[in-house]
Design a protein around this ligand. Structure first.
Ligand code: PBG
Length: 324
């Protein structure tokens, strides 16, 4: 029945009715909050391109995670900034490395907090690449061995989930084997299964101090033009034993989120990355956009596309706004 019998606006007449017919809900339980952990005590070093986000020493990370928990956010995603970098990223697989220290402190202070540790080599290596370099190229299989060793140190420190983000072939299988071999069969793998070579990681590379010193990441991260390839990457990670999967970035890839959602029944996250955050913060700082409305809209859009969980630097603000 067309107009005038049918009037979709009837369902939009009052705020209560709009709320009751809303198809997508957003809650603090959906959020994963990234933390950049550095050596030292009492350090809160602001990241210029990410207003509101700081590099944090372990004690400050514990306090920040407490604030997140207090707002109902259940999980953090840790990135470590090491004291020294070398060719193989040694601090990444040191039991007293910064991310291992942070994991222990966070689990001791907040046992109910879910601690996810990002696993890659780029923050830890002097060349800034996501793997071992041989003849000027990332050596996939030599990298897998190091990823497995690092994952075991994270698990030993108490990490709930290991999140490999380096897009190496076979990374999920190698990490699963290493964890199982070390007695950590219950530690899960949250795979960045579908990760694009994106210009939107720029601010993160300042935050995590992990920009490549030469070249780029296009030999391992995916071409933004591809979606069939995303489904292949997804299928491989599922077959290798991933427990949860991620698509990254989020906003230019909502169609990919939808395709992945339809292709797989594992929990799915989308990563609302640093460049997406920086754009919103810059526009808001100039008075060009209503930050609160824009953030709640984009997070709702990511969920509507099919994500169960959202990794986002807006987590604390969004949780506060959802409560208000
Ligand atoms: C790699 C990693 C990156 C991000 C998360 N893990 C950077 C990259 O791949 O170059 C980006 C996250 C963001 O931009 O917010 N360890």
């Amino acid at each position: 029945m067309p107009y005038p019998a049918t009037r979709p606006r009837r369902l939009r007449v009052t705020a209560t009715l709009r709320r009751m017919v809303s198809e997508t809900t957003l809650a603090p339980d959906d959020f994963i909050y990234p933390l950049f952990v550095v050596h030292g005590v009492g350090v809160r070093r602001p990241i210029g391109s990410m207003p509101g986000i700081c590099q944090l020493s372990v004690d400050e990370a514990v306090a920040e995670a407490g604030r997140a928990l207090g707002l109902g956010i259940p999980a953090v995603l840790l990135f470590g900034v090491p004291a020294t970098k070398d060719a193989v990223g040694s601090e990444n697989f040191a039991d007293d490395g910064i991310v291992q220290q942070a994991t222990r402190a966070l689990k001791a202070a907040h046992p109910e907090l879910l601690v996810i540790v990002d696993l890659c080599m780029c923050e830890y290596t002097d060349h800034g690449h996501c793997g071992v370099i041989r003849d000027g190229r990332v050596d996939n299989d030599a990298t897998l061995e190091i990823l497995g060793r690092a994952a075991v140190t994270y698990a030993r420190a108490g990490a709930d989930l290991i999140a490999p983000s380096g897009m190496m072939d076979g990374m999920v299988a190698a990490i699963r084997a290493a964890l199982d071999g070390a007695g950590f069969a219950e530690t899960g793998i949250f795979s960045y299964a579908v990760k694009y070579a994106s210009a939107f990681y720029g601010p993160f590379r300042e935050a995590a101090e992990g920009a490549p010193r030469f070249g780029d990441r296009k030999t391992h991260q995916m071409d933004p033009a591809n979606v069939r390839e995303a489904l292949r990457e997804l299928a491989l990670d599922v077959a290798e034993g991933a427990d949860l999967v991620m698509v990254k970035p989020a906003l230019p890839y909502l169609d990919v989120v939808r395709r992945v959602r339809e292709a797989c029944d594992l929990p799915l996250a989308a990563y609302n990355v640093s460049g997406e955050y920086a754009m919103i913060k810059a526009a808001a700082a100039n008075g060009w956009i209503d930050e609160r409305a824009a953030v709640l809209e984009l997070l709702t859009g990511i969920k509507r596309a099919g994500a169960d969980l959202i990794v986002t630097y807006h987590a604390l603000d969004a949780a506060r706004w959802l409560r208000a």
